[in-house]
Design a protein around this ligand. Structure first.
Ligand code: IPE
Ligand code: MG
Length: 231
């Protein structure tokens, strides 16, 4: 979700006004995702690199996150949405950590849509924490010469509860992944739009899904194999 600051700048508003408007875009996108039958929606809200921003912006973002958790979790629950958070939440203050834990517990049984918020998340952090947890559980896997398949890490990744994403959407015009779900995006279709996040809405999601529908996903195979026309 990129472009909140530029959205505000264009209107001569403080950056936080863009972040506030961004929360509205989140609401609209969650609604639209449900209408499209999306089962997993993962939003990159705050990266492990965002701490480098000016302290007052970080403070306001935390306040906004806490308030959104306080106000939205009951609504998510009423709509059958399971809420999850991924990332190193140990760096957040207790109020946010408690709200996240309460929200996850309250909505754990819901099945309509799993809404994951990536907060203080980084793809490299995820792979590193998975490796640490895996080797703690299986110290023998570190033995010299022991075979180690990539799949062995997967149960330990932050999003082990979800399938790999089909579609990645980045708003705001930049064409990079910025340390989002690095491992899980290996075969994901990438979609970039110049729309700024606060302008993202139902029509924008529909356009992204339409683009996705035209992609041929071969997972390393040939087009002939995929179409069943291989000799
Ligand atoms: C994304 O918008 C929101 C967060 C990273 C919290 P930005 O704040 O990065 O907006 P721009 O890139 O400055 O427009
Ligand atoms: Mg940005």
């Amino acid at each position: 979700m990129d472009g909140n600051g530029r959205w505000a700048n264009k209107r001569l508003l403080p950056r936080i006004a863009g972040h506030r408007k961004g929360v509205e875009a989140v609401r609209a996108t969650v609604r639209a995702a449900i209408e499209h039958g999306v089962e997993y929606l993962t939003l990159f809200a705050f990266s492990s690199e965002n701490w480098r921003r000016p302290a007052d912006e970080v403070t306001l973002l935390m306040e906004l996150f806490a308030r959104a958790l306080e106000q939205e979790v009951a609504k998510l629950h009423a709509n059958g949405i399971r809420f999850r958070a991924i990332g190193d939440t140990s760096r957040f203050d207790k109020r946010i950590r408690d709200l996240v834990a309460e929200g996850e517990a309250k909505t754990a049984g819901n099945t309509r849509l799993t809404l994951t918020i990536a907060a203080n998340y980084g793809g490299r952090w995820d792979v590193a924490q998975a490796a640490r947890a895996c080797f703690r559980a299986h110290p023998e896997a570190l033995a010299d010469g022991a075979a180690f398949e990539p799949e062995a890490l997967e149960p330990w990744l932050a999003m082990a509860y979800a399938p790999e994403p089909d579609l990645f959407i980045r708003t705001g015009g930049e064409q990079r992944i910025s340390n989002f779900l690095l491992w899980q995006l290996a075969y994901t279709e990438l979609y970039f739009t110049d729309l700024l996040w606060p302008d993202f809405d139902e029509a924008a999601l529909a356009a992204a899904i339409e683009s996705f529908a035209t992609r041929e996903r071969r997972f390393g195979r040939t087009g002939e194999q995929v179409h069943g026309t291989a000799a």
